[in-house]
Design a protein around this ligand. Structure first.
Ligand SMILES: Cc1cc2nc3c(=O)[nH]c(=O)nc-3n(C[C@H](O)[C@H](O)[C@H](O)COP(=O)(O)OP(=O)(O)OC[C@H]3O[C@@H](n4cnc5c(N)ncnc54)[C@H](O)[C@@H]3O)c2cc1C
Length: 353
């Protein structure tokens, strides 16, 4: 057994792995191509669930989320509290905080070459053959969709700072979001359209919202998110985790928590001499990602009207369970607000009951 494990990537997946490896008594060595952690643009929303392997410290919380407002095609469905609680976090500070509790060495501006399997660290060429690969979406082989977002400041109208707003758009099979971000606001959209179209849609969305239209742009960010489901395996002997392995919930695009958990589980398995792929497969989160992927596939086949009716007919409880990935398919039918025959038929078609 080596005394150190290499980890490619200083995002949530890599840092989750470093934490587990350090806890097991080994030295994690992180190789990060940028000069800092958490470079990927992100909405920074993390739900409160019991499966994150460490406590989220208050010092890195920008906003505490207690309410969710849901809209479908601009019509309000509900505002609800008590479920889907979470935080908007300072992602970089969060990852730095976790790393400060480990014995990790981190090399910045160090690139791992995934074709040759080598990295240059401080003038030395290292053959990296065992460890964790968490290089993010560029290495993911499944379906990806664009997400674009602004951080807006200045003159913001009456945006509630303890609430996230989700606006499903059944045409693009995606959603707009309005998240608080400290005293600012993050507004974005992701869906089945190209980047240019999403920017135009987002600009229109903002111009039509009286609270946002006089704000100023603090940041403009875009990236893609891997929503094609799990692609477990190895790159040059390194175990893929995080977004590189598809650890994103396909219906919501949530990737911070899944990446951390997958990194942690794979890192722990490696350090204990277990089979990391088997351990990852056993995760309830892995099952949740696969089920959400199936739901997304089926949703693509529904008409816009059927999608609208389906989303409108689910109870807040069902929305929360689906969003977090922790639900049983057969319970979905029980969780419809009303059970009109057509909705039961659509759901039955979707989930194959
Ligand atoms: C606009 C947008 C909004 C989002 N909002 C949310 C949200 O609100 N909540 C949420 O949970 N998720 C959100 N996500 C998803 C989330 O950001 C990602 O799923 C998550 O960051 C993935 O973590 P990761 O560690 O797998 O990869 P990344 O965070 O992408 O980290 C990968 C790291 O590897 C490094 N790297 C890559 N290649 C190499 C190499 N060859 N050598 C060395 N280093 C390398 C990169 O520099 C990077 O630091 C959002 C995504 C987008 C695009």
């Amino acid at each position: 057994m080596p005394d150190r494990f290499y980890i490619i990537g200083g995002g949530p997946g890599g840092v989750g792995a470093a934490y587990a490896i350090s806890k097991a008594g080994f030295k994690p060595v992180i190789i990060e191509v940028h000069d800092r952690l958490a470079v990927k643009p992100c909405g920074r929303g993390v739900p409160v669930t019991s499966d994150i392997p460490f406590v989220i410290p208050k010092s890195i919380v920008l906003n505490k989320i207690s309410y969710v407002k849901l809209y479908v095609d601009r019509l309000k469905l509900f505002k609800a509290g008590g479920w889907l609680n979470g935080f908007i976090i300072d992602k970089r500070e969060f990852l730095e905080h976790i790393l400060s509790e480990t014995r990790a060495d981190i090399y910045y501006r160090a690139r791992y070459n995934h074709k040759s399997g080598v990295a240059r660290l401080g003038g030395e060429t290292i053959d990296v053959r065992r460890g964790i690969f968490s290089g993010g979406f560029p290495y993911y082989e499944g379906e990806r969709i664009p997400v674009v977002q602004y951080i807006l400041g200045g003159s913001l109208g009456d945006v509630e700072m303890d609430t996230i707003e989700i606006y499903f758009d059944t045409e693009i099979l995606g959603y707009y979001y309005v998240f608080p971000h400290g005293d600012n606001v993050e507004v974005g959209v992701g869906g089945f359209r190209d980047h240019n179209t999403l920017w135009k849609l987002l600009d229109k969305f903002i111009s039509e919202d009286s609270r946002l239209k006089n704000s100023i742009v603090v940041e403009r960010e875009a990236a893609v998110v891997s929503i094609g489901g799990l692609r477990l395996g190895y790159i040059n002997g390194l175990v893929k985790v995080g977004e590189a392995a598809g650890y994103v919930l396909p219906l919501t695009g949530e990737g911070i928590r899944p990446s951390i958990i997958s990194g942690y589980i794979a890192g722990e398995a490696l350090a204990k001499g277990l089979d990391p792929i088997r351990e990852l497969r056993r995760l309830r989160l892995s099952e949740a990602i696969s089920i959400q992927r199936r739901l997304l596939e089926w949703a693509k086949r529904l008409s816009v009207e059927e999608r609208r009716r389906l989303i409108s007919t689910l109870t807040p409880q069902a929305h929360a369970e689906i969003a977090l990935g922790y639900f049983r398919l057969h319970k979905l039918v029980q969780n419809l607000i009303f059970k009109p025959l057509t909705m039961v038929k659509i759901l039955t078609k979707i989930i194959g009951l």
